[in-house]
Design a protein around this ligand. Structure first.
Ligand code: WTA
Length: 629
């Protein structure tokens, strides 16, 4: 599956464009299928309809677990590093993982969960999270993992949208010094949900929790009464594997749908190829499984390839800013895959946290989730990679299922701040506002993809029209990414950031409309407008302009109260960093907020606001400029 020289990459790329079906059938041949496909690809981007390997039968867990048992049953599949550095790390071999997944799959079966049922998973970064995910896949249940930083309300919205019948959670979570309630949050969520019949609770923190008779079950208790034999459900390549909710520019988060066959092929191929994974290497992806990066590069990609995947429960700064480096030394990590926000944060603590650790095991470095600035790129390459370890900047999205534009470690060229070249199978296009393709090099535009790849989303759960509208209607015949992009003189791609109303805070995608809706629910708030602004550590911060009924007596207290409301409605990750109280917002005569002006003010660029003559009341701009934070 790997292309190990630049020439091989070029040949593979050309083949993937000239003859995509032959190319992908070749890659798919590396997997275990119970029955082969009838057709490699069937597609159109108008409905849209995308089907890969249709008619093929498989179960992804047979690829992630069963097929490794003979050869590497005793090899670690998961190494788990707990929050507390002094607590023992846990190693789970492929045979142990197989056993635990089958066992837990039987627990779900016993509770009546069947193929096609939706299961919400709300767990901290413990092995049981990976086990729950795989157990769903084992029986054909569709998992919807919700990141632990989301509120009860956000969980409820996701449960209701997908109609989940089972929730899997824990009593609490350890994150650095904090103990965070999980079951209690689920209980609050379930007050709004009518589809959930059962809740399974795993013990982590021993936080007292309420357990309702007939609905709630202890994980540890249930696994005692089932055996570890659970034949895998036979799935069609195009059956749904999971739903993962993500933010867009409008409305509530949408459930991105990935299917079994194409996603498996794509996540695994990109993992193996981009990181040039060698047998026995330890791969440490620092993402949370609640995000797509964790789905594809902690669970499915590495395990389907028979790799060893390290899962870390805690945070990079606990007990101090040396934790990542300590983990790398302790577990002899070979591949580190992390986000620019983590790098910038650790950079700010200085090199003393790095210097005493032996990082010589590292063979490959990766970055993901947001644009990486040059300073962070260089720091990472120099101080962590000692200038000899390849560093790949991987651009992709929840919707793409796996990496799209990235260097291949040690194989294709690197360039700081550039995602560089498309992987085989990926056909990027830059388009202008009028939808015309911008050809040639040394140009920038909106990034689209013109041909399907196996890992792409198939629909948005329960609302196919929304999928069409969001991704396939802006530029007919193409998938629109929502990102701006530059292609330099050498044909290398650099992602410049979102061109829609999505902001990327610490690598987390947040829709400005969602934050505004939450703020508007606060007592005394009349209207609000939220934009992103450059933030040294987080990449982008959240800047909120808020109109209140009355001038706040204690603006600081009101800011805190509003933050509390946002935390309650969405979760702590969406809390505004800056709140400016205003008496009006810059609106056009047709009532549209001119966000361009608000963005400029938030960026501190008040001297050149461009044309403001179409504004209903140009005076508000002066007030906003004066009060800028
Ligand atoms: C941004 C995360 C620049 C981009 C895998 C994209 C990046 C959004 C990069 C998707 C990168 C991700 N360079 N920007 N290497 N990787 N992005 O869905 O704006 O959480 O559209 O998927 O993150 O975020 P998501």
């Amino acid at each position: 599956m790997k292309t190990t020289t630049f020439e091989e990459y070029q040949t593979a790329y050309q083949k993937s464009v000239d003859d995509p079906e032959v190319f992908w059938a070749g890659i798919a041949g590396h997997f275990q299928w119970r029955r082969p496909w009838e057709k490699v690809l069937d597609w159109n981007f108008t409905e849209p309809k995308v089907e890969w390997f249709k008619g093929a039968k498989l179960n992804i867990t047979e690829n992630a677990l069963d097929r490794h048992l003979a050869e590497r049953g005793d090899q670690p599949a998961i190494i788990w590093e707990p929050n507390e550095p002094d607590d023992a790390a846990v190693t789970i071999t492929y045979s142990q993982l197989h056993r635990r997944v089958c066992q837990f799959a039987n627990v779900m079966k016993k509770l009546g969960v069947k193929k096609g049922d939706r299961v919400c998973i709300y767990l901290p970064m413990v092995p049981e999270l990976a086990i729950a995910v795989l157990a769903c896949a084992r029986i054909g249940a569709i998992h919807s993992v919700v990141f632990g930083g989301f509120s009860a309300r956000s969980i409820a919205d996701r449960i209701n949208d997908a109609g989940c019948t089972l929730v899997i959670t824990s009593d609490g979570a350890f994150r650095g010094q904090k103990v965070i309630p999980m079951k209690e949050t689920v209980d609050d969520a379930l007050e709004r949900c009518s589809t959930v019949k059962n809740v399974i609770v795993m013990t982590r923190t021993r936080t007292p929790v309420s357990m309702l008779k007939g609905r709630d079950h202890w994980w540890e208790e249930e696994v005692k009464y089932v055996d570890a034999d659970c034949p895998a459900e036979e799935m069609d390549a195009e059956d749904v594997l999971f739903i993962l909710y993500t933010s867009g520019s409008t409305g509530k988060p949408k459930g991105v749908v990935h299917t079994c066959g194409g996603y498996m092929v794509y996540a695994t191929y990109t993992f193996a190829n981009v990181f040039q994974y060698e047998p026995g290497e330890v791969h440490f992806c620092t993402a949370d499984i609640g995000w797509i990066t964790g789905h594809s590069y902690i669970v499915y990609g590495p395990l389907c390839y028979g790799a060893t995947s390290l899962m870390f429960e805690g945070i990079p700064t606990y007990p101090d800013a040396g934790r990542f480096w300590e983990i790398i030394e302790k577990h002899k990590v070979n591949i580190l895959y992390t986000a620019p926000t983590a790098i910038r944060s650790l950079m700010s603590f200085g090199l003393e946290y790095v210097k005493d650790h032996d990082l010589s095991s590292l063979t490959k470095l990766g970055s993901v989730g947001e644009p990486i600035n040059e300073e962070a790129w260089n720091w990472y390459k120099h101080n962590i990679g000692h200038d000899k370890t390849p560093l790949v900047d991987t651009w992709w999205q929840t919707e793409t299922g796996g990496m799209m534009i990235t260097a291949i470690a040690g194989v294709t060229p690197e360039k700081p701040t550039y995602a560089t070249l498309p992987l085989p199978g990926v056909q990027p296009v830059l388009v202008d506002e009028a939808g015309q393709e911008i050809k040639g090099n040394g140009v920038s535009g909106n990034l689209c993809i013109r041909f399907p790849w196996p890992g792409m989303l198939r629909t948005t759960w329960g609302d196919h029209e929304r999928c069409r509208q969001t991704y396939f209607s802006t530029y007919p015949g193409m998938y629109f990414t929502g990102d701006g992009c530059l292609r330099d003189e050498d044909g290398m791609y650099r992602i410049t950031g979102r061109v829609d109303d999505v902001i990327n805070v610490s690598g987390h995608r947040i829709g400005t409309a969602e934050v505004e809706n939450a703020i508007n629910m606060h007592l005394g708030v009349v209207e609000s407008a939220v934009v992103g602004y450059p933030h040294d550590i987080k990449g982008q911060g959240i800047y909120a302009y808020i109109i209140t009924e009355n001038k706040p007596d204690d603006p600081d207290m009101m800011r805190k109260d509003i933050a509390a409301t946002v935390t309650r409605v969405i979760g702590p990750i969406a809390r505004p960093d800056k709140v400016q109280f205003v008496t009006g917002l810059p609106k056009t005569r047709s009532g549209k907020i001119m966000r361009r002006i608000l963005r400029k003010v938030a960026e501190g660029e008040t001297s050149n606001l461009g044309d403001t003559s179409t504004l209903l009341d140009p005076a508000v701009v002066e007030e906003i400029k004066e009060g800028a934070l």
